[in-house]
Design a binder for this molecule. Structure first.
Ligand code: C2E
Ligand code: MG
Ligand code: MG
Length: 351
């Protein structure tokens, strides 16, 4: 149907269950790695199903509705199946209207950045901030990135939006430095899509030049999926960035297909232990072991480990006991608008 979209036609179904079974067979056969040029590649599939006659009586409508169900499946985490239901039509409509307002949002200056401090666990001082985007949608209110970043990625709008984030984050960090605060790093999230553009390095270089930020005060957060991409070109790009003095960290570490080989191969400085492992750190022994292992592994590869989503003193105490280097989370501070983040710097707030 498209570059990475396929349709399966199942005639004469006796019941909907059969579609589910077939979808299961498709996803489980895709679960095996594909061996390509000496590497194991993994793919997942999201599936949308539309069943005649209640999801449509002609081919075109059925395909359209299967497509809507497919988007729903993708939204709810990949690798799933969704059946079309009439309620999805209104969701699809919402999505369309979100897409058109997302296109206008940059021009109308509806985006803003929140800043969440990252803290050193030894000294207790703020060592940096993560820039997190928010969308102030007129008449609707603040929308979190989880709601619009996936759509921005699908539509390619993540490229101009990501560039805006980079420029604004660098500019803010320079503003703090010029105001006389001790220099800290600003961490910016990058989407996989931004790596598929040859000019990412240029975009970053420009953001640094225009703002006057020294590269060592910029950190780029990438996900494991970036490293699973076209290896050589990604590696070259990352090398160029680190050669400039920029620091790279891996976000949500432990949730992707972690091929440990890449940790050696790529110029990474820091692993951010995903909050799903931190959440039950003190109640689930498995999560505690995972956190301890990730921190240990980071250290043996001479990387720093930062725990995300730290909310309680008990989690903090455990993280300290396993030698985790840095933390970020509600326990110290939520992501804050710029004035409030600045207040933390004024107060010299410590852990
Ligand atoms: P992330 O990069 O892993 O960011 C951490 C998320 O965890 C943030 O959600 C933050 O508000 C939340 N968080 C921080 N501390 C705690 C805590 O103690 N407890 C809990 N429950 N949550 C905590 P947010 O701001 O909604 O961002 C969600 C995701 O959206 C980010 O995950 C990141 O993947 C993406 N994102 C945000 N800004 C950007 C951006 O500028 N560009 C791109 N490409 N993605 C972005
Ligand atoms: Mg992040
Ligand atoms: Mg994260």
């Amino acid at each position: 149907m498209g570059g990475d979209e396929f349709a399966v036609l199942l005639p004469n179904l006796n019941n909907d269950e059969i579609a589910l079974q077939i979808a299961d067979r498709i996803t489980s056969s895709l679960r095996e790695p594909f061996h390509l040029e000496g590497r194991d590649l993994y793919v997942t599939a999201s599936i949308g199903a539309a069943v005649y006659p209640h999801a449509g009586v002609d081919g075109r409508t059925l395909l359209q509705h299967a497509d809507i169900a497919l988007y729903r499946a993708k939204e709810q985490g990949r690798n799933t199946l969704r059946y079309f239901s009439p309620a999805m039509n209104s969701r699809a409509f919402e999505r369309l209207s979100m897409e058109s307002s997302l296109r206008e949002a940059l021009k109308r200056e509806e985006f803003l950045l929140y800043f969440q401090p990252q803290v050193d666990l030894n000294g207790g001082e703020i060592i940096g901030f993560e820039a997190l985007i928010r969308w102030q949608r007129p008449e609707i209110g603040t929308i979190s990135p989880a709601e619009f970043i996936p759509l921005a990625e699908e539509t390619g709008l993540i490229l101009p939006i990501g560039e805006w984030v980079l420029r604004s984050a660098c500019a803010q960090n320079v503003a703090w430095q010029r105001a006389g605060f001790p220099p800290t790093r600003i961490a910016v999230n990058l989407s996989v899509r931004q790596f598929h553009r040859e000019n990412l390095v240029d975009t970053v270089t420009r953001a640094l030049q225009e703002s006057g930020l020294a590269p060592q005060y910029l950190e780029l957060e990438i996900t494991e999926s970036v490293l699973m991409g076209k290896e050589m070109s990604i590696l070259l790009m990352l090398r160029k960035l680190t050669d400039m003095g920029i620091q790279l960290s891996i976000d949500d570490f432990g949730t992707g297909y972690s091929s440990l080989a890449y940790l050696r191969r790529f110029p990474i400085a820091k692993l951010k232990v995903d909050q799903i492992f931190v959440r039950n750190l003190t109640t689930d022994p498995n999560d505690a072991v995972i956190a301890r292992t990730v921190v240990g592994m980071a250290h043996s590869l001479r990387l720093k480990a930062l725990a995300e989503g730290v909310e309680t003193e008990a989690q903090l105490a455990y993280l300290r006991s396993i030698g985790c280097d840095q933390m970020q989370g509600y326990l110290f501070s939520r992501p804050l608008p710029v004035e409030e983040a600045t207040r933390l710097l004024v107060q010299k707030k410590r852990l």
